[in-house]
Design a protein around this ligand. Structure first.
Ligand SMILES: O=C(O)C(=O)C[C@]1(C(=O)O)C=C[C@@H](O)C=C1
Length: 285
């Protein structure tokens, strides 16, 4: 009996020592991130680097071993990086929560952690405006749906200047289903910064065509321009034109010659092509 409780005490002292080391490392990591913040351009409006975060998470999930559950590991690092992004610059999160419940707030909390303020907005359009105006550092908006009456992503295709862009897709690791909830919530994070190249990314390209063309024709235009694996994730039909939101399985920037080929290959049909961001591929279990 005594021996057992002695052994237990010893193990618990080891656990205390490990907790102290973890805690010390966390404080040391915080000090390093403060140095990273000083090295960033002062006019950077948001400290968030979704690509770097994705690379960290991929590296850790690959080296992970043993019985500690991977979703718990991801959650701990989400909390750490979420906390540290807001220590570098003021950080606030605009969340679209159009329906009852708090599915998108949960997604935002799982990704950015518990620390920073989250403000609920009734529509994705409000969130886009809040981020564009600098009222919020990032926004969480539902993934586009085919039958959206007023797709929020259209406002990311128009105009110039520092428009918000899609930078992340949530959740970064598929969540366990919640009993009683029909569908998992999924969202895009938008911010006034370009999406990052992590070597495993998707890019979102809005293509405006006059007149309307079929999806098959659109896919053929992408293929002819040298862009494979383009799938449509949203559409908007106006009186004299159609806008497709296509998702491409690679990292593409606005100056990519393939986009010029896409416009040229469409002769007069493709009026406008615009990248509205992209995101690192979500973690695979
Ligand atoms: O590497 C950076 O740029 C950081 O700001 C550090 C850090 C991190 O905690 O590792 C924090 C926030 C960023 O979104 C990405 C990574």
């Amino acid at each position: 009996m005594n021996t057992n409780s002695d052994a237990l005490d010893r193990i618990r002292r080891d656990i205390d020592r490990i907790d102290d080391r973890l805690h010390d490392l966390l404080m040391e990591r915080t000090a390093l991130v403060e140095k990273v913040a000083l090295a960033k351009a002062p006019d950077d409006s948001v400290a968030l680097r979704p690509g770097r975060e994705a690379e960290i998470m991929r590296r850790l999930t690959v080296r992970h071993q043993g019985r500690f559950p991977l979703p718990a590991l991801v959650r701990i690092w989400r909390e750490i990086m979420g906390a540290l992004v807001g220590l570098q610059k003021p950080f606030s999160i605009a969340v679209c929560q159009p329906e009852r419940g708090d599915g998108y707030i949960e997604l935002a909390r799982d990704h950015f952690g518990v620390v920073w303020t989250k403000t609920i907005f009734p529509s994705p359009g409000h969130v886009v405006r809040a981020v564009a105006d600098g009222q919020a550092s990032v926004g969480v908006v539902p993934l586009p749906h085919e039958n959206d009456q007023e797709p929020w992503w259209l406002s990311l295709t128009a105009g110039s200047g520092n428009l918000p862009q899609v930078v992340t897709r949530l959740p970064v690791l598929a969540q366990a289903p919640i009993a009683g909830r029909a569908e998992p919530f999924e969202a895009f994070v938008i911010a006034c910064r370009p999406h990052d190249d992590t070597g495993a990314d998707r890019t979102l390209i809005a293509v405006e065509t006059v007149p309307d063309i079929s999806r098959d024709r659109l896919r053929a235009l992408f293929t002819a321009a040298g862009i494979e694996e383009a799938s449509v994730i949203g559409t908007h039909r106006a009186e004299d034109h159609r806008v497709y939101l296509s998702e491409v399985d690679s990292f593409i920037t606005a100056d990519d010659p393939r986009l010029v080929a896409l416009v040229g290959g469409g002769k007069d049909t493709v009026r406008h092509v615009r990248i509205i961001g992209g995101y690192p591929l979500p973690l695979a279990l």
